[in-house]
Design a protein around this ligand. Structure first.
Ligand SMILES: NC(=O)C1=CN([C@@H]2O[C@H](COP(=O)(O)OP(=O)(O)OC[C@H]3O[C@@H](n4cnc5c(N)ncnc54)[C@H](O)[C@@H]3O)[C@@H](O)[C@H]2O)C=CC1
Ligand SMILES: CC(=O)C(C)=O
Length: 258
């Protein structure tokens, strides 16, 4: 039997992160689930463990460098190895340009971009210490490929994540560490529900109208399930993507063609 690999997923208490944790468990990974609220990640870990898996919940704020390093350390100590990090946690404030404040800008940069940078630093340091390569997988978005109205700050972080993915892929390749990103489209999660509601409220329209503003250009004609994204992340976490690095995989049902 092949050795079970260890993956750490941030923002794993709901939405896409939860689906990734469950998919990697189904694919035979041991999984560490990281989130700011321990109870949320513990609920997902309990479900995976009840299904015969090995899941471990850790509380950490990805904007805090020390907490991210501590989470990686705890994951490696708990499971005895460390092979994959999925830097998935993120926030998406709705920001028509005239509403952007220093606090919104700094907080979103600290979580979305800072969290990915600390995750890459902590994971690559641990892979090197363990004397083997590894896989780093970052959450970007279709909003990191094309400008989405009302998402200036969020979109900026998601464009930046594609850049960081490319630069670190080149830096870390010599250590047998790959770095790739996934770019979901419009996924049915609490984050997307909040965005659609805020856009609708700002326009004095219904939630359905708000969602339609984002979903009308999906070629496949349906919103994404979190599991659609998790399936592609599983590919990036597994051996079939070994010869792939620096790439940003669009999983958007055909909204954007790059
Ligand atoms: N839902 C969508 O349509 C899309 C989502 N994405 C990206 O996918 C990722 C996951 O998104 P969703 O599951 O939709 O979001 P979500 O809001 O439903 O879940 C995100 C999770 O991350 C956690 N989190 C937020 N800030 C954190 C922090 N500082 N430290 C630790 N955990 C933190 C939240 O508590 C939450 O549990 C995000 O990076 C998002 O930008 C990208 C494209 C589309
Ligand atoms: C939330 C997000 O990433 C969108 C709308 O693409």
């Amino acid at each position: 039997m092949t050795e079970q690999k260890v993956a750490m997923i941030t923002g794993a208490g709901q939405g896409i992160g939860e689906a990734i944790a469950k998919r990697l468990h189904n694919d035979g990974f041991k999984v560490a689930l990281v989130g700011r609220t321990k109870a949320k990640v513990q609920r997902v870990a309990d479900e995976i463990n009840a299904d015969g898996g090995q899941a471990y919940a850790i509380a950490a704020d990805v904007a805090n460098r020390e907490e991210v390093f501590a989470a990686v350390e705890e994951t490696a100590k708990h499971f005895g190895d460390f092979n994959v990090i999925v830097n998935n946690a993120g926030v998406a404030p709705t920001t028509p340009i005239d509403t952007v404040t220093p606090d919104i800008l700094n907080n979103t940069l600290a979580i979305n971009l800072g969290g990915v940078i600390w995750g890459i630093q902590a994971a690559s340091a641990k892979f090197k210490e363990l004397g083997h390569g590894g896989k780093i997988i970052n959450a970007s978005s279709q909003a990191g490929q094309v400008g989405n109205p009302n998402l200036t700050v969020y979109g900026a972080t998601k464009f930046a994540i594609r850049g960081v993915t490319q630069t670190t892929a080149k830096e870390l390749a010599k250590f047998n560490i790959t770095v790739n990103a996934y770019c979901p489209g419009i996924v049915k999660t609490p984050m997307m529900n909040d965005i659609a509601k805020q856009v609708a409220d700002n326009a004095g329209k219904s939630f359905e109208w708000g969602m339609e503003q984002f979903s009308k250009d999906i070629a496949l004609g349906r919103l994404s399930e979190p599991e659609d994204v998790a399936a592609c992340v599983a590919y990036l976490a597994g051996p079939d993507s070994d010869y792939m690095t620096g790439q940003s995989l669009l999983i958007d049902g055909g909204m954007v063609f790059s």
